[in-house]
Design a protein around this ligand. Structure first.
Ligand SMILES: Cc1cc2nc3c(=O)[nH]c(=O)nc-3n(C[C@H](O)[C@H](O)[C@H](O)COP(=O)(O)OP(=O)(O)OC[C@H]3O[C@@H](n4cnc5c(N)ncnc54)[C@H](O)[C@@H]3O)c2cc1C
Length: 430
């Protein structure tokens, strides 16, 4: 095991970690020793969150030096990996072996344990967030003991998956898998808002995964990205032209590959133009070998019930004067309901409004409370790993199992080893 200086900054460079050191264990036993011996400690993933959620007033643990130990079980249709494994690494291994995950986030660079801890998601009316694929977890709790939790068997399981790092260090994750499948990606441009809003459910359900991109100004959405599962015949090129017309709710088919950000080269993006390819090379927007998104950015995201999406969009468009000048781009996605206590889709089919901001944090932080107030009638839930204003007082009312989560954290971490400033403000505070 090595112990060194904690990384200075998160991926976006907008947060400076305060932790004194980082431990890089090479075995489960070393993780147990570090946790048992620490007064304050927390797991760090791939540093892609935009706030202080992963920081610790003591030290950090990274699982990056542990073998990913990817174990595919074809009989139970599951794969077990070390928590620090990145989705890109896992996806490649699964695809090589003829298997797939049901969905990916926009980027493959994030760690499995870090992504599920914040309810990270992709899109698709019928697709739950990435945490819903979790079948079992191995967690090192505050006293260094190893807990195995599995779906259906452990009463705490639904509370532990989206754990915000508050329950312990997730050393192994078992995920549901399915046989590999092919996906084609089609992009449409300049979709009139009116047509999309009149047909919102039809638009979001028209492909396996639909993402709508906008800057909230004007009369038209900038782009729609449609990721469709295709059959073997289609993948072989039979019937491709007939797959979808040249318009989509008033938008026109892009004839060159696009980046979600206007004017940015699409070379960082997964292949488009309807060319079929394996799920592992289409479901994320960005390729593993390149910088995802812009790199110089901040992010926020808010989730509302699907029935409230059109009304919530009207509120956000009305704030365009405040939002658009600070924005690089927004993405609208859908997420299926689940039963994970702190999931942003808990109990409700949801629509996520994502904001990729310019790196003007002070101004973004001024506009966030205004947006949260506008979305308050819809009980909007903020993404745990991105920038938001709400504190524990208001978040508690958004999650029916919030108090149960706090009880679970108290049981697994009675000495508050895993607590940090984020948890104090957003979960355990008044
Ligand atoms: C360019 C970009 C694109 C993004 N796109 C999306 C997207 O499409 N959809 C989406 O929902 N989000 C997206 N995000 C947000 C990102 O997915 C989340 O912030 C995610 O939690 C980051 O995972 P990470 O591995 O970097 O974890 P970190 O940010 O390092 O940590 C996040 C949390 O996980 C905990 N954690 C990490 N590892 C462990 C472990 N082993 N055991 C217990 N807890 C652990 C940490 O303590 C912390 O609480 C994006 C972020 C970026 C930078």
């Amino acid at each position: 095991m090595t112990r060194g200086a904690a990384p200075e900054l998160n991926w976006a460079g907008n947060y400076r970690y305060t932790a004194a050191a980082i431990h890089r264990p090479r075995s489960l036993e070393e993780v147990q020793d570090v946790v048992a011996g620490a007064a304050k400690v927390r797991a760090l993933g791939s540093r892609h969150s935009f706030n202080d959620i992963a920081d610790s007033p003591g030290s950090l643990i990274s699982l990056e030096d542990l073998d990913p130990a990817i174990r595919i079980d074809a009989a139970t249709r599951t794969v077990t990996v070390s928590g620090g494994t990145r989705y890109g690494t896992l996806a490649e291994k699964l695809e090589t072996n003829g298997f797939a995950l049901p969905n990916l986030a926009s980027l493959p660079h994030i760690s499995v344990a870090g992504a599920i801890a914040t309810a990270t998601h992709g899109s698709g009316d019928a697709n739950g967030n990435l945490a819903t694929s979790v079948a079992a977890l191995e967690i090192v709790a505050a006293d260094g003991t190893v807990h195995q939790l599995s779906r259906g068997d452990s009463p705490d399981f639904d509370g532990a998956v989206v754990g915000l790092g508050a329950l312990g260090v997730v050393t192994k994750v078992t995920l549901d898998i399915e046989p590999t499948f092919m996906v084609r990606q089609d992009v449409f441009e300049a979709l009139p808002w009116e047509m999309v809003l009149e047909n919102f459910d039809a638009a979001t359900s028209s492909a396996y995964s639909v993402s709508l991109f906008t800057d909230w100004s004007g009369d038209a959405l900038a782009q729609a990205w449609l990721k469709s599962r295709v059959s073997g015949a289609e993948a072989a090129g039979v019937g491709l032209p007939a797959h979808r017309g040249d318009t989509f709710f008033g938008g026109t088919r892009a004839t060159v590959a696009r980046h979600p950000l206007p004017g940015v080269s699409a070379e960082n993006c997964t292949e488009q133009l309807g060319v079929p390819g394996p799920w592992s090379e289409r479901l994320a927007h960005f390729r593993m070998a390149f910088t995802p998104s812009s790199g110089e950015e901040l992010q926020s995201e808010f989730f509302v019930r699907r029935e409230d999406a059109v009304a919530a969009i009207a509120e956000l468009r009305a704030l365009s004067d405040r939002i658009t000048p600070l924005l690089l781009v927004s993405e609208i996605r859908t997420v299926a309901a689940d039963r994970l206590w702190l999931s942003t889709a808990y109990g409700q089919d949801s629509v996520g409004f994502h904001f990729t901001w310019k790196q003007r944090q002070a101004e973004v932080e001024e506009v966030l409370p205004v947006m949260e107030e506008a979305l308050a009638p819809f009980n909007a839930r903020p993404h745990w790993g991105k920038l938001f204003h709400a504190g524990a007082g208001s978040l508690a009312g958004l999650y029916p199992r919030f108090a149960d989560f706090k009880d679970l954290a108290e049981r697994m971490d009675p000495e508050h080893k895993f607590r940090n400033g984020f948890l104090a403000r957003k979960v355990f505070g008044g």
